[in-house]
Structure formats: structure tokens, C-alpha cells
Ligand binder design. Structure first.
Ligand SMILES: Cc1cc2nc3c(=O)[nH]c(=O)nc-3n(C[C@H](O)[C@H](O)[C@H](O)COP(=O)(O)OP(=O)(O)OC[C@H]3O[C@@H](n4cnc5c(N)ncnc54)[C@H](O)[C@@H]3O)c2cc1C
Ligand code: FES
Length: 274
């Protein structure tokens, strides 16, 4: 166990092998790494942008010959620098860290928003081989920001298995994932919801799932520094997101209801209202 932690925590310098633009603000970066190639959906890496910062990113896929990817939205300093990098530039990688989504053989619903769709697309690739039934509910502000629509269509095989929403109504249903979520749970049978995305959305999914008595697994985000459970920067309730998560069960999420989508922690660890 200690060996694995030490091994995964060692920084490896890797070359960017391929970059794909997914949306006007999101790009996917591919690199080779033998440890990350064994990662499961939900696990994350710490990616070092030389001279700038090190940031947590979920793995968005593993492929042949130890190739893996991360899918990154440009939101601030580090992600803007990463977006400017080119094929053959070098990055540093630690990880993979954290737990992963537990694969279910039953009837599953995936609910993703923004870059939260990235680890869920990776998960869908695994679930499609085992689950009795699978449906993907995905949301974005506008059509051009709807991540991985084509990839998810290919994974699931049928359009009817996808429900898309956009806040401006430019694609799919107008609004957020909230309305179709309630409709789906009322009219169809699901055993578990996997979710990742904005924390307000995750909280809404949790509260709706409580109403219909459905299990939930949600991947959370917090500012991270060490990623191995030491610094305390990522604490929510009694949990460290890097070590106890980032994927939490419904009962764990219920324990953090007084912080979930209410408080975040700053870079100095202080709590701030969202
Ligand atoms: C486990 C985990 C997995 C993640 N996976 C992805 C992913 O797959 N794709 C992706 O695009 N992003 C992901 N993130 C979020 C990503 O780490 C942040 O967007 C990034 O650190 C921002 O860095 P920055 O320097 O560009 O922005 P900053 O200049 O640091 O901040 C810009 C804005 O982003 C917010 N922010 C900063 N750090 C985080 C953070 N850790 N989580 C959420 N918001 C943050 C700030 O509050 C601020 O509003 C993940 C975060 C965690 C904890
Ligand atoms: S990031 Fe340091 S304890 Fe989680």
C-alpha cells in the first residue's frame, strides 16, 4: 500500500502526444504513462505545468499502449497556460490518486455537467459492458459547450439513451438537467445515479435521488495541494476529497449536506461561502 502511494506520488515528466479541441473552452491532452494507464474512472492526477502550478484533473480515458487523457476547461492561470501548450511540450504527472466509481451491473443513470462529463464518459465506456440499462443526462450552457456528445453517442450506440439540456435552448431541452432528471426518475426505473459537475447540480441530484430512494455516487472537487491526504486543503465535512474520495456514496454525501454547495475552501484552507 505504502509502496503504491510512494510510486504514484513520484512526479514523472511526460510529453504531450496529442491535443484535441472539444469545445471553445475545453481541450483534451493525451500523454503516455504506465501508472495512469491502469487507472479507473473517477481517479485523478496532479498535472504540473512547468513554472506555473500543479492542478488536479480527472482522467478522461485510457487507451492502447499506455496512452491516457485529461480534458481541461480554461478557467484561470494554470489551465490557460496548459491550453497554450503544444504537442511535444513537457508536463509533470503525479497519480493516479483517489478512489473510483464502483461499477454497477444494474440500471444506471449518469448525470454530468460541464467538464464533469469527462470522467463520466470514461465510466460509461466500462458500464456499457456490464449494466442492464444505461442512460446519460448531460447539460451545458450552450450547444458548443456540450462536451463529448459524439463520443457518448458512439459508446451508448443509441440516441435515445442520451438526454441533453442547454441553458439557452440551443440544443436538446432548454434549461438545466433538473427538469428531465425528475421526469426520468418518476417514469423510469434506475438503481443508481453517477454524477459529476457543478456542486449545485450534484446537490440537486442527491436531493432528488433521496426522494426516489435511489443510490448515488458523486465525484467532488476541492482545491488540492498534496493529493495524498496530508495538507487538509481539500476537506469537506469529515472527509478529505483527495484520499477518501473524490467519489462519495449517497450516505457520505448526506453527512456533508451542511457544506455541500454552501462552502468551499480557499488556497489557504479558510472556508468561504459559495
Ligand atoms: C479531483 C478533481 C478533478 C478535477 N477534474 C477536472 C477535469 O477533469 N477537468 C477540468 O477542467 N477541471 C477539473 N478540475 C478542476 C481544476 O483542477 C481547476 O479548474 C483548476 O485547478 C483551475 O486552475 P487555474 O489555475 O486555471 O484556475 P485558478 O486561477 O486557480 O482559478 C480559476 C477559478 O477556478 C476555481 N478553481 C480553482 N481550483 C479549483 C479546483 N480544484 N476545483 C474547482 N475549481 C477550482 C477558482 O475558485 C476560480 O474560480 C478538477 C478538480 C478536482 C479537485
Ligand atoms: S489535497 Fe492535501 S489532504 Fe487532500
Amino acid at each position: 500500500m505504502l509502496d503504491k502511494l510512494t510510486k504514484n506520488n513520484r512526479m514523472r515528466i511526460r510529453k504531450i502526444r496529442k491535443i484535441e479541441r472539444e469545445t471553445p473552452t475545453i481541450k483534451t491532452f493525451y500523454f503516455k504513462d504506465d501508472l495512469c494507464a491502469k487507472a479507473e474512472p473517477g481517479q485523478f492526477v496532479m498535472l504540473w505545468i512547468p513554472g506555473i502550478d500543479e492542478i488536479p484533473l480527472s482522467l478522461s480515458g485510457t487507451y492502447l499502449k499506455n496512452e491516457v487523457s485529461v480534458t481541461v476547461a480554461k478557467v484561470g492561470e494554470a489551465t490557460s497556460h496548459l491550453h497554450q501548450m503544444k504537442v511535444n511540450d513537457f508536463i509533470g504527472i503525479r497519480g493516479p490518486f483517489g478512489n473510483s466509481f464502483k461499477i454497477s451491473k444494474s440500471k444506471v443513470l449518469l448525470v454530468g455537467g460541464g467538464t464533469g462529463i469527462a470522467p463520466l464518459a470514461f465510466l460509461a465506456q466500462k458500464l456499457v459492458k456490464t449494466s442492464q440499462k444505461i442512460k446519460f443526462l448531460m447539460g451545458a450552457k450552450t450547444k458548443s459547450e456540450l462536451l463529448f456528445l459524439e463520443r457518448i453517442k458512439k459508446i451508448l450506440g443509441e440516441n435515445e439513451k442520451i438526454v441533453a439540456t442547454t441553458e439557452d435552448g440551443s440544443f436538446g431541452l432548454k434549461g438545466t438537467v433538473s427538469n428531465p432528471l425528475e421526469h426520468l426518475l418518476k417514469n423510469e426505473d434506475f438503481d443508481i445515479i453517477y454524477t459529476c459537475g457543478p456542486e449545485q447540480m450534484i446537490k440537486h441530484v442527491l436531493l432528488t435521488a433521496q426522494k426516489y430512494g435511489i443510490e448515488v455516487q458523486a465525484s467532488l472537487e476541492r482545491i488540492m495541494r498534496c493529493a495524498i491526504g496530508i495538507c487538509g486543503n481539500c476537506v469537506i465535512g469529515k472527509y478529505r476529497v483527495c484520499k477518501d474520495g473524490p467519489v462519495f456514496s449517497k450516505s457520505q454525501l448526506e453527512e456533508m449536506l451542511d457544506e455541500l454547495a454552501i462552502f468551499k475552501r480557499n488556497f489557504d484552507g479558510t472556508k468561504e461561502k459559495i
